[in-house]
Structure formats: structure tokens, C-alpha cells
Design a protein around this ligand. Structure first.
Ligand SMILES: Cc1cc2nc3c(=O)[nH]c(=O)nc-3n(C[C@H](O)[C@H](O)[C@H](O)COP(=O)(O)O)c2cc1C
Length: 178
């Protein structure tokens, strides 16, 4: 049997994966919770489902477990400070003060000027080591403010760039014109 890879090797390899940055929110017992996450993935469109992978030590994990719901708020390039806020020293309600939020179908907070927010009801969960994977069926999609996604790769924030040299990226998808 091969010897297992060590954690540093694993983490170094994972730095190569570029992800969009989201804030996962939930509400429980009259309180709002939210945390920055990149472990977010579309699962299927037939029964529209998004998975998120949350550390069991996070306060947001507790709120998602209890409310059986969460909202995935996809951040815009301009929102690296908000990402830091939702992964930093402040906790709970303190993280929500600087921006405007509403509530969607499940009651989870939705960031009004996110690129897009997916409001999800938990349908399945799988505990694995330090984290739990939640699968959530999307009950509502809210298109917030036009823009480009905030990315995280190689241990830092990044933004989209076109591979076609010198060509500007097309404008953000125009859902907002409906
Ligand atoms: C760019 C970035 C991505 C992150 N992605 C995740 C993630 O996918 N899952 C996770 O459990 N924590 C992730 N974290 C860490 C949490 O945001 C952080 O631990 C947060 O403070 C937890 O908040 P809470 O305990 O108040 O709920 C990420 C942090 C950063 C800066």
C-alpha cells in the first residue's frame, strides 16, 4: 500500500485549485450566522442542488445543521474585505452590520449586492473528518448586483482575466435586464 500523503503536500496541491468565494449564511433562533467558503459546488440541475462543505467547529455549521437551510451568496471582485470579515475575528451578528441583507424562502440571510444568492434547503448531509458536506435543494435564486466573481487561488484573492490576449471579458450576464 502507498504511504498516505502528508497534510502539507495535500494543502500545497490544493492551492492550485481556483475557486469562487461565497458567504454561506443561515438563521437560527433569531440570530444570523455566516462564513466565507470556497468549498461550494453545483451538483445537479434536474433537482437544482448545491453542496457546501463546512467545518464542524464553525458557528455557521451549527446554524445550518439546526435550521436545515443555508444561502450561498457569491461575492463580487470588489468584496475581498467582506470575505475577510466573514472569516475573521468578528462572529455572529457582528459580521452582518456593514452591508444590507434580506431573507429569502428559507429565512437565511441574502446579501443584497451579491453577484447571485442561492437559497437552499438541506436534503442530505455527510460527515467526513473535520467537515460535513451539506447538499441543499435550491428554492430561490436572487440576482443581486452585476459584476464578476471574486476568486481565491494560490493562497490569495484573484479576479477573472480573458485568455484571449488583449480581449476584454464579456460584460456580466445580463439577468438584471429581465
Ligand atoms: C477564502 C476562504 C475560503 C474558506 N473556505 C471555507 C470552506 O469552504 N469551508 C469552511 O468550513 N471554512 C472555510 N473558510 C474558513 C471560514 O470562513 C472561517 O473559519 C470562519 O471564521 C468560520 O466562521 P464561524 O465559525 O463564525 O461560522 C474559508 C476562509 C477563507 C478566507
Amino acid at each position: 500500500m502507498n504511504t498516505p500523503v502528508n497534510a502539507d503536500q495535500f494543502k500545497l496541491g490544493m492551492r492550485s485549485l481556483a475557486h469562487a468565494v461565497s458567504i454561506i449564511t443561515a438563521a437560527h433562533a433569531g440570530h444570523r450566522y455566516g462564513m466565507t467558503a470556497t468549498a461550494v459546488c453545483s451538483v445537479t440541475v434536474e433537482q437544482p442542488t448545491i453542496l457546501v462543505c463546512l467545518n464542524k467547529n464553525s458557528a455557521t455549521y451549527g446554524a445550518v445543521s439546526k435550521s436545515k437551510a443555508y444561502c450561498v451568496n457569491v461575492l463580487r471582485t470588489e468584496d475581498s474585505d467582506l470575505s475577510n470579515l466573514f472569516s475573521g475575528v468578528l462572529s455572529g451578528e457582528g459580521r452582518f452590520k456593514s452591508r444590507e441583507w434580506s431573507r429569502l424562502a428559507t429565512g437565511s440571510p441574502a446579501l443584497l449586492d451579491a453577484l447571485v444568492s442561492f437559497d437552499c434547503r438541506v436534503t442530505k448531509k455527510l460527515a467526513h473528518g473535520s467537515h460535513t458536506i451539506f447538499l441543499g435543494q435550491v428554492e430561490q435564486v436572487l440576482f443581486g448586483k452585476k459584476g464578476k466573481p471574486l476568486l481565491y487561488a494560490e493562497g490569495q484573492y484573484a479576479k477573472l482575466a480573458s485568455l484571449a490576449h488583449g480581449e476584454p471579458l464579456p460584460e456580466g450576464l445580463d439577468y438584471w435586464g429581465f
